[in-house]
Ligand binder design. Sequence first.
Ligand code: NCD
Length: 333
Amino acid sequence: MIEGDPAADFPAETVGRDWLHKDLLGIQGLKAGEIAHFLEVADSYVDFGRQSIKSSDLLAGKTVMNLFFENSTRTRASFEIAAARLGADVVNMDVATSSVKKGESLLDTAYTLEAMRPDFIVVRHSQAGAPLLLARKVGSSILNAGDGQHEHPTQALLDALTLARHFGRLNGLTVAICGDVAHSRVARSNLHLLTTMGAHVRFVGPPSLAPKAFEALGADVFHDMAAGISGANAIMMLRVQKERMGRNLIPSDREFFDFFGLTENRLKLAAQNALVLHPGPMNRGVEIASEMADLEGVAKIREQVEMGVAVRMAAFELMNSARSNPDVMKVIP
Ligand code: NCD
């Protein structure tokens, strides 16, 4: 599926059906060959999701626990649907009504849940590093569904799958990630994934939301929207994540849109056949003009959601294969 990527230079042994990681905590640290392999497996699930009967027994008898300490619509539903389509039993922990509200620590909650022997725990948490902490303490496979401003690996993989299916490659593409980059785990995971796969990443936004310091991580930073999206193959718009800001960092939604909103005129500056992506939830009229979000053949926002289910099915398949490998599992306390 992905031609001309650095993954092609990777030793064949990293590109097997075998996956050598118990957990999916982030993109950072994954090799190009592993990412390419992940995307191949995910791609194989896209048609599966389009069948009228969508059921497999790959995870029959396995238990998936969804543990979301932060709000979510698409990510939680997507993990749940992916697990159900693979035949797993899925339990959604409603954290709002759980003992967490009575002051139980994350680890005590995890140990309690672990005692019920779930095979997979999907976790979203406002603290960066929470999934890593769990992964070190419990034998279940931990899938990071977003931790603070740190990583959101399945989002970056679904974005990459959307791009790779459209362009046939990731290598050499220029992707402009625009808006509130500073508070975005989506931006960080995408930066790791895209640069590993040979794509160029631009971060575009006001200095308060796209600081120059990101250049040290390999992104080109632009404070001017026109310059930042000029010639880009894909434009990924991000929500202004006010709930993650200690103080208000933008003067007003209106002004933000005037300077950094994706409009028809600005989109004309991108490369021909450029795509528009957005991880959702979208704030129409703030980071993106409503018509741009619905632009037929250009905006791939709903396709991203579809790819999300395929990516999460691949994640379960790969972690499940790692779990049957004693060498992978022996490092667990
Ligand atoms: C994102 C998230 O939660 O990090 N949403 C998502 O998972 N699709 C982005 C956001 O909150 O704006």
